[in-house]
Design a protein. Structure first.
Length: 84
């Protein structure tokens, strides 16, 4: 081997431990970030579903009472007129 190749190999060998640590750190960091993103996504979906379910329970039903006797009298009067 030429001296240049030997020097290059020694430099790579000297930094191999640091490079491996760096790669390991980045691998762990990628896993942690991926887990955090997944947990946030699941939490967001869960909250959205919970919000939709409780929204139906919270809606207030308003009842309206109406006197339809005048309308009933009118329609019965119409039907009586057509029967004659």
């Amino acid at each position: 081997m030429s001296q240049k190749k030997v020097d290059n190999y020694k430099a790579l060998k000297a930094n191999r431990r640091n490079e491996q640590r760096k790669e390991k750190f980045y691998d762990i960091l990628e896993k942690v970030v991926g887990i955090v993103v997944c947990v946030a996504l699941v939490a967001w979906i869960g909250y959205s579903v919970y919000d939709k379910v409780t929204e139906k329970d919270a809606s207030v039903v308003q009842q309206t009472v109406m006197d339809t006797s005048a309308l009933d009298n009118y329609t019965s009067g119409l039907s009586a007129d057509t029967a004659e």
